[in-house]
Design a protein around this ligand. Structure first.
Ligand code: DAH
Length: 346
């Protein structure tokens, strides 16, 4: 039977069927096949329905014609959309491909200087050292005078030290923590004091106006030069390997007597297995604590002796990782930093 409602129903059923085929079509050829099957002039199924218009009362024809146009327009629109989505496969894939692996969040990693500091802490912790801290804003007394450094010493000059106001300054080294610790703790003392220090330096490949230091101090009855040298030799072996040797070069610091610059010579193994020794590399300043320092802190220098040392972990990181410009540690370029994280950042 051919009447208006049944023809409109047939058209809607055909549309639903055609839309199903459009969304199943995986390429342009499949879409063209749908177009021909439903909209083809000669054999298209929708065209076939329209051919039955002739059997209708002329007054009913416009209603069916309008329904047919609506169905055709909807199907053409769906075909165009599907063709556009297939032409931009990347976007379509990104929106829809649930089989792609998820994006892993960045895991971050420790800064190369932090890694070196952590290694230093670990070695000294195993030798019984604890951690001490002091303020970054210091007085001239703690930064210089108590450390046996008179204020007319070149280091105390405003050329080198950043003063905040009269007699208050940004500490130029971590050595004032020695005094603060000696004042507040009875020997035996074995401490490591890490922290930021400040100097009026130009920012270049080997200087930065703010840098990290790690200070060490040992004070007890009967501490000798042998304890001093053996402790630093053990540190060097733990840090750089069992074959590492140290050398003490005579030097001068107001707060130690005698004073030394400590160098290390490392054993390196080439890819072919042959070993060789590096040049001597300076790693720290050190010495036996000057009795005047113990006296200034109220510690009996007749009864107690000790040794002290100070090093720059950024300098040690430069030696360790073969970095030749200190500034790269401050610029936080991820491509530089991720080289020091095993497995990379990610
Ligand atoms: N305070 C010195 C500096 O900043 C480093 C230093 C040298 C620390 C000898 C010490 C020491 O404790 O014994 O250059």
């Amino acid at each position: 039977m051919t009447d208006v409602p049944s023809l409109v129903k047939q058209l809607d059923a055909l549309l639903a069927e055609a839309l199903g085929e459009v969304s199943a079509a995986s390429d342009g050829d499949a879409l063209e096949g749908v177009r021909i099957r439903y909209l083809g002039r000669k054999d298209g199924r929708i065209s076939g329905v329209l051919r039955q218009l002739g059997a209708l009362d002329p007054a009913d024809r416009p209603a069916v014609g309008a329904a047919a146009n609506r169905v055709k327009a909807r199907l053409e629109e769906a075909l165009d959309e599907a063709a556009a989505a297939l032409a931009a496969p990347e976007d379509a894939g990104r929106a829809l491909d649930l089989t792609l692996p998820g994006r892993e969040p960045w895991s971050g990693g420790r800064h190369p200087v932090t890694r070196v500091m952590d290694e230093i802490y670990e070695v000294f912790r195993d030798m019984g050292f604890s951690r001490a801290r002091g303020p970054e804003a210091e007085t001239e007394w703690y930064n210089f005078e108590a450390l046996n450094t008179p204020l007319d010493h070149p280091a105390a000059d405003e050329q080198d030290t950043l003063y905040l106001r009269d007699s208050v300054l940004l500490r130029s080294h971590t050595s004032p923590v020695q005094i603060r610790t000696l004042e507040s703790h009875e020997p035996p003392i074995r401490i490591l004091a890490p922290g930021w220090v400040y100097r009026r330096d130009t920012y270049d490949a080997t200087h930065t106006p703010a840098f990290l230091q790690v200070e060490g101090l040992v004070v007890d009855e009967g501490i000798s030069f042998v304890d001093f040298k053996a402790t630093l030799a053990e540190f060097a072996r733990r840090m750089w390997g069992p074959g590492t040797r140290i050398r003490l070069r005579p030097s001068f610091f107001p707060f130690t007597e005698p004073s030394a610059e400590v160098d290390v010579k490392r054993v390196v193994t080439a890819p072919d297995g042959t070993t060789s020794e590096t040049d001597w590399l300076e790693i720290m300043g050190a010495g036996m604590v000057d009795p005047a320092v113990l006296d200034a802190a109220g510690v009996d220098s007749e009864r107690y002796t000790g040794f002290a040392f100070g090093m720059g972990p950024a300098r040690i990181a430069m030696l360790k990782y073969g970095v030749d410009d200190l500034r790269t540690f401050f610029e936080n370029d991820v491509r530089f930093l991720e080289q020091f994280v095993p497995g990379g950042l990610r």
